[in-house]
Design a protein around this ligand. Structure first.
Ligand code: ADP
Length: 246
């Protein structure tokens, strides 16, 4: 489903991704962990071209893009890859002047050109799925952080992406609100959605991940099952990181 080869990303002189290779099969959950600043968010943002890689290739489903210095992507290429992914951000970025319903309907109408009725039906399905059917007409400021983030998840799913990307979706939440968001994500994992999740929630990672990657300084230093990486890491650097966050 996803194949990344030799992906490089620089910000000026700073090389943030130093040749990332990874593969995710359809229906699997990949969890990415690692110290702050190791490049996890940049990698996710490259997957939907919020950041443009300098080198390497990304394939998601039937779309494959090659990157090289100086090569400009066509707008159609950017859109083709973006359509494949739905992103859930650390902060929810809901439109404050729109209700939960309108937030989730927006892209279906603007991007997918669905009729209002069709979009509304799909949106209610999604809001029910994340446990917020009753709050469809609430504005973001009338919802808790956990509820807003669940709307964010519904919104990411609204255009039927093949892959869901989560960038530390619970790290901006009060601790008591983390569980409800993780529960929704666990449900999606059990449904067989393909997901890439950056998180510091190790217990959650151990429960849902088919594979775990541990990044450090722009490279993948460990890759394997949750048990292999979290309980039995091969490298000293990985052990040091896991001890720090334990
Ligand atoms: P992580 O998600 O693992 O914390 P990031 O991908 O956010 O790591 O960041 C990796 C490195 O790239 C950090 O040193 C960060 O300061 C730098 N960085 C991230 N985004 C930018 C940007 N837009 N411009 C310059 N430097 C950036």
């Amino acid at each position: 489903m996803i194949q990344i080869r030799d992906l490089h990303k620089k910000f000026g002189p700073l090389e943030v991704l130093k040749g990332i290779n990874l593969q995710i099969d359809q229906g699997k959950v990949l969890v990415i962990i690692g110290p702050s600043g190791s490049g996890k968010t940049t990698l996710l943002r490259c997957l939907n071209l919020l950041e443009l890689p300098n080198r390497g290739s990304i394939q998601i489903g039937d779309v494959q893009l090659e990157f090289s210095e100086g090569r400009k992507l066509k707008h159609s290429e950017v859109l083709a890859l973006r359509k494949k992914t739905g992103m859930v951000f650390q902060s929810y970025y809901l439109f404050p002047h729109m209700t939960a319903l309108q937030n989730v309907m927006e892209a279906q109408i603007q991007v997918q050109r669905k009729s209002k009725e069709e979009a509304r039906t799909r949106t209610m399905e999604l809001l029910n799925k994340v446990g917020l059917g009753e709050r469809a007409d609430f504005y973001p400021h009338q919802l808790s952080g956990g509820q807003q983030q669940r709307v964010g998840i519904a919104r990411a799913m609204a255009v039927n992406p093949e892959v869901l990307l989560f960038d530390e979706p619970t790290s901006a939440l009060d601790p008591e609100l983390v569980g409800e968001v993780l529960k929704v994500m666990k449900g999606l994992a059990q449904e067989g959605r393909t997901m890439v999740i950056v998180t510091h929630e190790m217990k959650f990672a151990a429960e849902v991940a088919d594979r775990v990657l541990l990044m450090d300084e722009g490279t993948i230093i460990e890759s394997g099952t949750a048990r292999e990486v979290l309980e039995n890491p091969a490298s000293e650097r990985a052990r040091a990181f896991l001890n720090r966050i334990a």
